[in-house]
Each structure stands twice: as C-alpha cells, then as structure tokens.
Design a protein around this ligand. Structure first.
Ligand SMILES: NC(=O)c1ccc[n+]([C@@H]2O[C@H](COP(=O)([O-])OP(=O)(O)OC[C@H]3O[C@@H](n4cnc5c(N)ncnc54)[C@H](OP(=O)(O)O)[C@@H]3O)[C@@H](O)[C@H]2O)c1
Length: 291
C-alpha cells in the first residue's frame, strides 16, 4: 500500500493517478473539505484527516509499505513542512516502511535563514537520511502547474506580474515529469538513498515566462515589474499586526530574490537514471491549454 500526503495538490494528484494507472494500491491522505472525488474514482482509498493531528498520521500509516510526502503548508511551515514530516518518518520506521519519497525544494541546502519552508525541508531531509529507512529526496524547482491559473489570467488581460529581478534563472519543471520521477523512485535501485535536484528541460530567465505565454496566446505581454522592495514594504506593514505571516513571507521573498535552476549536468543525470526526457515549459503549457 502506498500512502500519498498532499494527494489533492498539484504533485500529489498526479502521483495518485500514475500509481493507480499502474494498478498499485494507494491511500490518499486528504482533508474533509478538499476536492478528492477524482482520486476516489481512480480507485484510491480515501483517508480523511489533518496532517496537523499526530493521531491521524499514525492511523494513516497503518499497513503502509511506501510513502510519498507531497503536502504543502500555506504558511504554517513548522506544523506541516516540519512536524508532520517528522511524525510521518517516525511512524514509517515503526511500520518498517520499505521506501519513503520526500518532496523537498531546490535550494533547501543553501542555508536561507529567512525562509521557514526551506529550513523545515532541510531539517526533514537530514532526519530522513539518518532514519535508516530507504529514501529518495527530490528537490524540485518551481512547478509548471503553478503557472496554469496565471496563464488563464494572462489570456484574458495580457498582464503579467513579475516581482523582482527578471534575469534570475529558473528551471521550471513539468509537474507530470516530477510525478513520474516520484513513482519510479520506488522501482529504480539507482534512486535509492539519493537526493536529486529536479528541473525542466531548459534554463529560463523569469522574464522569459510572459514571452512564452505571449507566444502561446499570440498576445504582446504587458509586464508589470515592481521591485522586491515592494514585498519588503508589504512585509513590514504585515509584521505590525500579523508577525507569523511576516515570517511566512520570508519564504516567498527568498523565492523571488534568488536563482532556482538545475545545471545541465543535473538534468542529464536525472534523464539517464529515470529514463525520460524532461519536458520544457512551453510544451507543458500548450498541452494543458490545448493550444
Ligand atoms: N509548488 C512549487 O512550485 C513547489 C516547488 C518546489 C517544491 N514544492 C513542494 O512540493 C510539495 C507539493 O507542492 P504542490 O504545489 O503540489 O502543493 P499544493 O498544490 O499547494 O498542495 C498542497 C497539498 O497539501 C495538502 N495539505 C495542506 N495542509 C494540509 C493539512 N493540514 N492536512 C492534510 N493535507 C494538507 C493540501 O490539501 P487541500 O487540498 O486540502 O488544501 C494539498 O493537497 C510541497 O511540499 C512543496 O513545498 C513545491
């Protein structure tokens, strides 16, 4: 039995689909109010719970041999990115789980002090590596599926908001390729007890994205490019009445202020180990936008 956390998220739902297409038994950890009917139709066992409740994690892990941790946090990095994963690893150990795939983030090992999600991911990576459980840690760059709602807005308005330095490099990864990599991590001995950076088939500058969208929709993009100082100002004001949101925004600022791309060598290694060709962003968007 595979347990997938974040099963309704961008990555998690694709992992559930892929496992079910291969006929694997899957338990999807979902919240009561999530949109999980697609997972149920695909034959996943639905486990309703909250990853902030240790007892739910303990129950969800019963009888499981494989775990994919693919949940996100929306602000509460300590409870979800850190504590829920530590709890999952501890329960996995009790259950003698055979393999644990953890979705980290590109740059988790760079020591960003002001980014709670990065710090939590790094602490979990170390805990998992020391746990004695077989693992694969995947550190993706930005996910292409995040851009789909933005693309729809762009189609209607031609506007694209690009905060900070547009020249920063990124290797946005096809969320479908990432899901395949996750699932194959359980099958391939070369993926066992390894940590991989995961990026798309090309290195882009952030400012390339509106031009790709412009090409797809045949629209000249109108790029609105506020400086990073705008985020800093917003954080300062937020801190006056919501200090925890101010801290959470540190992760967002870190993402905007730094480069997150994989080297050509890293992509080649990934393609060789996982026997696939990483898709580029334009191809991913055209597939989903049917253009
Ligand atoms: N998005 C990116 O660009 C990116 C890049 C690098 C790494 N990552 C990492 O990849 C992972 C997945 O990202 P994603 O973009 O696929 O996530 P996502 O679409 O934001 O989905 C987050 C998932 O976590 C679930 N979740 C949140 N709080 C929960 C709770 N208290 N109990 C149970 N489930 C809860 C959500 O359930 P609901 O449906 O109920 O909200 C949802 O299924 C995350 O760990 C993220 O840090 C993402």
């Amino acid at each position: 039995m595979f347990l997938v956390t974040g099963a309704t998220g961008g990555i998690g739902r694709r992992v559930v689909r892929s496992l079910r297409e291969r006929g694997m038994p899957v338990r999807a950890f979902v919240r009561l109010l999530s949109r999980y009917s697609e997972l149920e139709h695909r034959g996943a066992e639905i486990f309703i719970g909250d990853l902030q409740v240790d007892r739910d994690i303990q129950k969800a892990c019963q009888g499981v041999q494989y775990i994919v941790s693919a949940h996100g946090s929306d602000g509460n990095a300590f409870a979800l990115d850190y504590h829920a994963n530590i709890e999952l690893i501890d329960r996995a150990k009790e259950q003698k789980v055979q393999h644990f795939v953890f979705i980290s983030v590109l740059g988790a090992d760079r020591g960003y002090e002001d980014a709670p999600v990065f710090k939590a991911k790094r602490a979990v990576e170390k805990y998992l590596q020391a746990s004695g459980i077989n693992y694969t840690i995947l550190r993706p760059a930005g996910l292409a599926s995040n851009l789909l709602p933005l693309a729809e807005r762009f189609r209607q308005t031609g506007l694209y908001l690009l905060v900070g330095d547009g020249k920063n490099r990124t290797s946005i990864v096809s969320t479908d390729d990432l899901a395949q990599i996750i699932v194959n991590s359980f099958m391939l001995p070369e993926a066992r007890n390894r940590t991989f950076s995961v990026g798309g088939g090309e290195i882009l500058q952030r400012q390339d994205v509106p031009h790709i969208l412009g090409r797809i929709f045949n629209i000249e993009p109108i790029i609105i490019n506020p400086p990073l100082l705008a985020v800093d100002g917003f954080r300062t004001v937020t801190g006056l009445f919501n200090p925890s949101l101010q801290k959470a925004l540190g992760t967002f600022r870190t993402l905007l202020d730094n480069e997150f791309f994989c080297t050509r060598e890293e992509i080649t290694q990934l393609e060789e180990i996982y026997h696939l060709k990483m898709e580029n962003l334009e191809s991913f968007l055209r597939r989903y936008l049917a253009i």
